[in-house]
Design a protein around this ligand. Structure first.
Ligand code: SF4
Length: 97
């Protein structure tokens, strides 16, 4: 009985191979806590600008909301995902394509 098995991982994560961030610096999306204030906000906005033009923004956002606690996924920061998970509203996400 193979119909109840999960799909192959490559199928489940194939969308990641099409992300606009594939050639971006990892630090743009996964920053240490060393940056704060305006510096951190500029870095997050720069990452969101990459997400705005990403063909897999919707899949990435769903994945990030489901299971990622760090970094920027689908144009949302970790804090923004936490707000959305608890039923709140986010004012400045990258918009879904
Ligand atoms: S939405 Fe952003 S973080 Fe997700 S794959 Fe695209 S560019 Fe990368």
């Amino acid at each position: 009985m193979t119909t109840r098995l999960p799909p192959p991982l490559m199928d489940a994560y194939e969308w990641q191979s099409r992300g606009a961030c594939r050639t971006a610096a990892t630090g743009l999306f996964f920053d240490s806590d060393a940056k704060r204030g305006a510096r951190r906000a500029r870095q997050e906005e720069a990452a969101k600008q990459v997400c705005l033009g990403c063909p897999v923004l919707t899949q990435c956002r769903a994945h990030g909301l489901a299971c990622e606690d760090y970094g920027i996924w689908g144009g949302l920061t970790a804090k923004e995902r936490a707000v959305l998970r608890s039923g709140g509203v986010v004012s400045n996400p990258a918009h879904a394509a």
